[in-house]
Design a protein around this ligand. Structure first.
Ligand SMILES: [Zn+2]
Ligand SMILES: [Zn+2]
Length: 252
């Protein structure tokens, strides 16, 4: 497995180009604003062939260049049906105020869109991606999981979109957002993963499940989190250390 990641656009949204190390086929995850030129350069430089675009959720900062790349390469976009309407109408996902930043730009679904199903595995580019619905940031947020053999042994990776960040979690003030639902999703879908799972979030640096379990202040009250916890049954924490709801949040 080889993963190339870079932040793109005004929201510095991480785009990932992922493939089996041996093959030339790759999957593009979250090609947001201004991601397309960088993706094209990676593909050309390394002689790679894209086979699909995977979208962690429908927010514009993750989907901006999806239709452009899908239609250019004749490949499908995968997205959960609850977020799919945002592809053609991004304002649905970000509200009227933020919708103003779109200006006159017109958006449309890619020619080929495939609905993601919670719990399904999809095989693409010689890799098997697990798809876990993790609502709370948006209704249709999906966490893509990947387990791959590397020269250093098996590695488990989780593409978390805007569900979980290094030291933070996704914002829940946009349409479809719910703070409690987001915490429940993290508790059920991410915290059960092994500590050494690498988390590649939609914004900011990579982290691991173990690091977030131990030190992410937003997760401190969850049963599977807290200092010294490596599984269900975390320790007490000081409520005065609670972070503000906006601090450390990223993008859309
Ligand atoms: Zn988002
Ligand atoms: Zn985002």
């Amino acid at each position: 497995m080889k993963i190339r990641g870079f932040p793109a656009g005004a929201f510095q949204t991480n785009c990932y180009v992922v493939g089996d190390a041996a093959g030339g086929d790759v999957v593009i995850i979250d090609p947001g604003q201004d991601a397309a030129p960088v993706v094209r350069r990676i593909l050309a430089d390394e002689g790679l062939t894209p086979v699909a675009v995977l979208l962690t959720h429908g927010h514009l900062d993750h989907t901006w260049n999806a239709a452009q790349l899908c239609d250019e390469f004749g490949i499908p976009a995968y997205i959960h049906p609850d977020d799919r309407p945002m592809l053609a109408d991004p304002a649905v996902g970000i509200g009227p105020a933020l919708g103003a930043m779109i200006g006159d730009e017109k958006f449309a679904e890619p020619d080929k869109v495939i609905d993601l199903v919670d719990g399904d595995d999809i095989e693409l580019a010689g890799l098997r991606f697990s798809c876990d619905l993790a609502p709370g940031h948006t209704r249709g947020s999906i966490v893509f999981g990947l387990e791959a053999e590397t020269d250093d042994g098996p590695v488990r990776v989780s593409f978390a979109g805007d569900v979980l960040f290094a030291g933070s979690i996704g914002r829940t003030d946009l349409p479809g957002g719910s703070h409690q639902q987001l915490l429940d999703s993290i508790d059920k879908k991410l915290l059960p993963l092994p500590d050494d799972t690498v988390v590649l979030p939609g914004h900011g640096p990579q982290t691991t499940i173990g690091r977030e379990r131990a030190s992410n202040p937003f997760l401190a009250d969850l049963p599977g989190a807290g200092p010294g916890s490596s599984g269900p049954g975390g320790t007490e924490h000081d409520p005065s250390a609670e972070p503000s709801n906006s601090k450390g949040r990223h993008g859309l």
